[in-house]
Ligand binder design. Structure first.
Ligand code: GTP
Length: 515
């Protein structure tokens, strides 16, 4: 039974029920895993897609906002341009123009200041109440640009620090020409970087999310949430300029930011009117954390489902295992009982000393033989055999020798030639019997004599007999049974009488009595 327990685990999987259950559970588990993974992946892809759309929308709206800001500035610059006479800014009424510039500036909160320079870069007018004297801006990039370029469009330059306020400003400028198109100076409007800083702070963005206003040469005019040190940094090497803007003026994508190497989902838009680009980027790791947080109920639900399946699987397999163990134990128990039964049956029907049929079997067999004789109409015979002077043998050699003698006589009787249907039994004590179904008295006589002869032939020494060896006497009786109840008694008594006669006539012989 212990062996059964040890092998039952393996047997569970080998048994068809155990195998089917294990495969079913495995398939179920795999299916739930696949469905869960697919659902979660879809939800993540949807999140990415929504974020891309948000980024594009944000960048487009901010590009439009930037355009509006610079358009308002350009309108002011054009108005300033109109205030300058053909021969150049040097001939204007400085106090009048200063007032006009101050009024213009006050109408646009994003402006830091408005300025007019002559062809040498000298300050002619400004919106500020205090204009530092003898200032020259001919070193500024926008001034050099307009002196060298004849076109009449607005120029937006890199961020500079204002010489009047000290603030970071974006210079927006126009060239001033005389009637022949010659360079007479520059009209400048400076837009506060703070205007964008404040405006971009209105949006609810994550700490790692980015909103950038860029010039089309890649220079950063302002990038939220980066500090001022990032202003004017060139992003021309980033995928936005090297790949995305080459393909289209607005779009989306994911790449590592050139500013901090963080992966973001970007949307971008180029202004159609000014050399400006706006990019909005959402931090992918923040998105992931947010998505995980949102998907937590789903994850917990899927995890619980998986756990329940594993638990049910384990319980079912355990039940199958218990059943198989029980089956093994029952089979072993049944085999054990069968063996015990067989042993008990043998013990009940066999004589322990000689191994011949015992008295019980003799009685059963005799009754069956009589029934058979009554049915078939054939005769049957019974021979009783008895060892001669066995008391004397025991007295002479002792009971242990007596038992050995009985064993040897029994062995000898087993070997006499009888039919398979005959039964040789130890009747009791030193008496034996042979039941011969279908045998006549003559046939019984032959068998009885061969038994007497066989025992004589083994020549076991015996001090009390005439030949000096163990002999037996045999008495036989035959009848045609009719099914009467007393016929068993009758045939035994007949054989007994014949045996008595054999003893009486000198032993060591067989006597048959007719019925
Ligand atoms: N050793 C041994 N002796 C047994 C056994 N069964 C019976 N005997 C003995 O067999 C003897 C039978 O003796 P009796 O019935 O007087 O007959 P006998 O001495 O054989 O004399 P006759 O039968 O007249 O030849 C008794 O002494 C029994 O004790 C047995 O199983 N073992």
């Amino acid at each position: 039974m212990n062996i059964g327990k040890a092998i039952s685990g393996a047997f569970v999987l080998q048994s068809s029920l155990g195998r089917t259950m294990a495969i079913f559970m495995l398939l179920l588990l795999t299916a739930v895993l696949i469905v869960s993974a697919w659902t979660l992946d879809r939800s993540w892809q949807r999140k990415l897609h929504d974020t891309e759309s948000d980024a594009v929308n944000l960048s487009v709206s901010q590009a439009r906002q930037a355009e509006d800001t610079f358009l308002q500035t350009e309108i002011v610059l054009r108005a300033m341009q109109r205030e300058i006479p053909d021969d150049g800014p040097n001939s204007v009424d400085k106090s009048a123009i200063n007032t006009i510039l101050a009024e213009m500036k006050s109408s646009l909160p994003q402006l830091n200041g408005l300025f007019i320079y002559d062809a040498q870069g000298n300050w002619i007018a400004a919106s500020a109440s205090h204009v530092p004297g003898a200032m020259n801006n001919s070193d500024r990039e926008y001034f050099i640009y307009h002196r060298q370029n004849r076109h009449g469009g607005v120029h937006i330059g890199h961020v500079i620090r204002s010489r009047t306020s000290g603030d970071l400003v974006i210079p927006v400028s126009l060239r001033l020409n005389d009637a022949a198109g010659g360079f007479t100076g520059v009209a400048l409007a400076t837009v506060r970087v703070d205007a964008f800083r404040r405006f971009y702070s209105y949006f609810e963005l994550g700490d790692g999310d980015l909103l950038a206003l860029l010039l089309d040469d890649g220079a950063a005019l302002y990038v939220r949430p980066f500090p001022d040190a990032f202003i004017n940094r060139s992003l021309s090497a980033s995928p936005l300029f090297t790949i995305q803007l080459m393909r289209s003026d607005r779009g989306k994508g994911a790449w590592r930011s050139a500013l901090d190497n963080k992966e973001r989902i970007f949307g971008y838009a180029r202004s159609g009117q000014y050399p400006l680009i706006v990019a909005a980027g959402f931090d992918k790791s923040e998105l992931w954390t947010e998505w995980l947080h949102d998907s937590l109920p789903d994850l917990v639900l899927n995890g619980t489902l998986l756990l329940i399946i594993i638990l049910i699987g384990a319980l079912v397999l355990r039940q199958v295992r218990t059943n198989v163990e029980n089956q093994i134990e029952l089979t072993a128990l049944r085999d054990e009982l069968t063996t015990i039964n067989q042993t008990l049956q043998a013990m009940a029907l066999l004589d322990g000393l000689t191994g011949l049929a015992n008295r019980r079997q003799f009685d059963i067999f005799l009754a069956q033989s009589l029934k058979q004789s009554a049915l078939s109409g054939e005769p049957m015979a019974l021979i009783m055999l008895d060892i001669d002077y066995f008391k004397l043998y025991n007295d002479s050699w002792g009971h242990v020798a007596g038992d050995n003698c009985l064993r040897r006589v029994g062995e000898t009787l087993k070997n006499i030639p009888v039919r398979q249907t005959d039964l040789i039994a130890r009747y009791g004590g030193e008496e034996f019997a042979i039941i011969l179904p279908g045998a006549t008295l003559e046939a019984a006589q032959r068998i009885a004599e061969s038994a007497v002869e066989a025992v004589r032939a083994i020549a076991i020494p015996h001090p009390g007999t005439r030949p000096g060896t163990v002999t037996i006497s045999a008495g036989g009786f035959a009848l045609n049974a009719s099914g009467e109840a007393q016929e068993a008694q009758q045939i035994k008594e007949g054989a007994d009488r014949a045996l008595y006669q054999a003893k009486h006539h000198g032993r060591n012989q067989a006597v048959m009595l007719p019925s």
